[in-house]
Design a protein around this ligand. Structure first.
Ligand code: TXA
Ligand code: MG
Length: 324
């Protein structure tokens, strides 16, 4: 089983393992990441192996400062403006890769672009200590719910990794928002922990939606984030035997039928709901119910990303996502 160390004790040990080409589960403000040295191909390969992840999915490279970002990628003025506004934080920028970046091609899946993010807290500290960028997808087996606690990482991947760094529950609870600047416009590739509205306030324009090119963003597999139970979205009532994923102060009809209930936010607060999403899905999944009924969640602000993750969790398993 993996060793679990508290974040304030783990910096040196984590950096040493990463320098030796091992994978380490680390906390970030969004979700736990399964990190490896992004310049070391064997280390990055270990990420895919540990997650059982399809290889075509490129990974996010995490940096500690702007100088490291600029050594890896070319930041146009608009991307720099977004970095200034939101880094460190839950925003990932897809940028042209520099030839001398040192990023291993497994990280980018051979693309000429790279997804960069500057995380908060332990993630940034360990990158700084290592002096190299870290590739880190969410610390969960491929297609499963992203882990927002060290305990969830341990249950899922504990037998396959050496170290889990425990930084407590992740404050944002959703993966980062991924955007790409294209000809002066910003495209939203994945809604996430930073709402589209916040990005649009900074750029002064609405974003383009959907992935234009061949790249395959986060859940190109429709069943990404899937719990074992079936998910029934926008439920108007609870059927006997179902678990209920609730939202807000008011319950749907027949809520008393639910064998287990978890409320994303009693107060109807989308930020709180985002932070609770994956851990509540996991809790209801463990209740043994075969179906989780989900109350409607508003679609504005962080509700966009929450609904995106719910739709993926509810999608038929192992089918490619029909997008656009
Ligand atoms: O919050 C997060 O972003 C978490 C934490 C650990 O930082 N990380 C995360 O990474 O969610 P990952 O690898 O699960 O998601 C990376 C997504 C992939 O689904 C991929 O499609 C997209 O980023 N991506 C990576 N490189 C890309 C590129 N060059 N162009 C377009 N999309 C890219
Ligand atoms: Mg993931």
């Amino acid at each position: 089983m993996a060793e679990i160390l508290s974040a304030d004790m783990a910096l040196e040990r984590a950096a040493a393992l990463l320098a030796a080409g091992e994978t380490v589960a680390i906390p970030t403000e969004t979700v736990y990441g399964l990190a490896a040295d992004a310049t070391n191909g064997e280390a990055v390969a270990r990420i895919f192996e540990t997650k059982g992840r399809p290889r075509f999915n490129p990974l996010i490279a995490h940096v500690s400062d702007m100088a490291m970002a600029e050594r890896i990628a070319v930041l146009d003025p608009l991307s720099r403006k977004l970095a200034d506004a939101f880094w460190p934080g839950p925003l990932t920028l897809v940028l042209p890769l520099r030839e001398e970046s040192g990023i291993h091609p497994l990280v980018t899946a051979g693309l000429d672009t790279v997804a960069l993010r500057m995380p908060k807290g332990f993630g940034a500290e360990v990158v700084r200590r290592l002096g190299r960028p870290l590739a880190a997808p969410s610390a969960n087996s491929s297609g499963r719910i992203s882990s927002t606690t060290a305990e969830a990482v341990a249950t899922d991947l504990g037998s396959r990794i050496a170290l889990i760094v425990d930084g407590g529950p992740t404050p944002v609870g959703l993966e980062s928002t991924i955007v790409k600047v294209e000809d002066g416009a910003v495209r939203l590739l994945r809604p996430g922990g930073l709402s589209a509205e916040e990005v649009e306030k900074v750029i002064g324009n609405p974003m383009l939606r959907g992935s234009a090119g061949a790249v395959v963003a986060p859940g190109m597999l429709a069943s990404h984030y899937a719990p074992a139970a079936r998910m029934r979205l926008d439920a108007a009532e609870v059927w006997p035997g179902e678990a209920l994923l609730a939202f807000g102060p008011k319950r749907v009809r027949a809520a008393e039928n639910a064998v287990a209930v978890a409320n994303l936010s009693e107060a109807g607060d989308l930020r709180e709901a985002a932070a609770n999403l994956f851990s509540h899905m996991l809790r209801l999944d463990r209740s043994g119910a075969t179906t989780i009924a989900v109350e409607p969640v508003p679609k504005h602000g962080l509700g966009e990303a929450i609904n995106d993750r719910l739709a993926r969790a509810a999608a038929p398993r192992d089918k490619p996502l029909a997008e656009e």
